[in-house]
Design a protein around this ligand. Structure first.
Ligand SMILES: [Fe+2]
Length: 241
């Protein structure tokens, strides 16, 4: 639906999500704060396939409290999910790493990266780790390409931080639901500014739960320029598959 007064259209009335490659999702059951059961995972994937999603990296959380054996556990759960022949979405295993004290150990052991190269990372919402730049620098030195998840959500980040991260070779990933106000007004405003300024490189659902996600995407309205930018980000997503 097109609104004459706001000149915005509903996201779902566009074909934007048709053929989407999603690079951020918590649908591996029972390993983090995302979906809990195999049944919920399959039900959510089926709903996403109906929306047009075609490929998806499963990026469960990894942080310093995560079991040291996480790679084997995630792989096992991933194979179990594939064996259930879920919806018509191609799935691959990756992870979302918290940049905290535990991260250097995970890095030395080898990371669950997209295409073996692109690593999805996040920080605490309130404050950066004291050695953020070193953590990212070491990652790049190891040949990885850092993708910063949902930069619009970090309370401590200001304009110069986004610029610094980009200058240091990091890519920025927008959470789709930030445009719905799901994470609050500040995150939505920041997301729209960064989107308008063309600072993002990728987009992800960061889906944890189907009902919340559905409610969020149903409420998103975008203008012409935002639509153009989202199209570019969705095209970039295909490149990391
Ligand atoms: Fe996430």
């Amino acid at each position: 639906m097109f609104s004459f007064f706001t000149r915005k259209e509903s996201l779902l009335s566009t074909a934007l999500l048709d053929g989407m490659t999603d690079i951020h999702a918590h649908l591996l059951p029972g390993v983090d704060d995302g979906v809990v059961t195999m049944e919920e995972s399959i039900r959510t994937l089926t709903a996403l396939a109906r929306l047009g999603v075609r490929r998806m990296y499963l990026t469960s959380h990894v942080m310093d409290t995560t079991d040291t054996n996480y790679k084997a556990l995630y792989q096992e759960r991933f194979e179990e999910l594939l064996s259930q022949k879920p919806a018509d979405i191609e799935l691959r295993l990756a992870a979302e790493y918290m940049l905290d004290m535990g991260f250097p150990v995970w890095r030395q052991e080898g990371l669950l990266a997209m295409n073996g190269r692109h690593v999805l990372v996040e920080t605490s919402y309130m404050a950066p780790p004291p050695d953020l730049i070193t953590l990212l620098y070491d990652l790049v030195l190891d040949g990885y390409n850092p993708i910063i998840a949902h930069p619009e959500r970090y309370m401590y980040m200001v304009d110069s931080d986004y610029r610094d991260l980009k200058n240091k070779g990091c890519k920025l990933q927008l959470n789709l639901l930030s445009l719905s106000g799901h994470y609050g007004k500040r995150a939505e405003d920041m997301a729209r500014i960064l989107l308008k300024e063309g600072r993002y490189d990728h987009i992800g659902s960061d889906i944890h739960n189907w009902e919340r996600y559905q409610k969020g995407i149903e409420s998103i309205h975008i203008d012409k320029n935002e639509k153009k930018e989202l199209t570019r980000l969705l095209e970039n997503n295909h490149l990391v598959w």
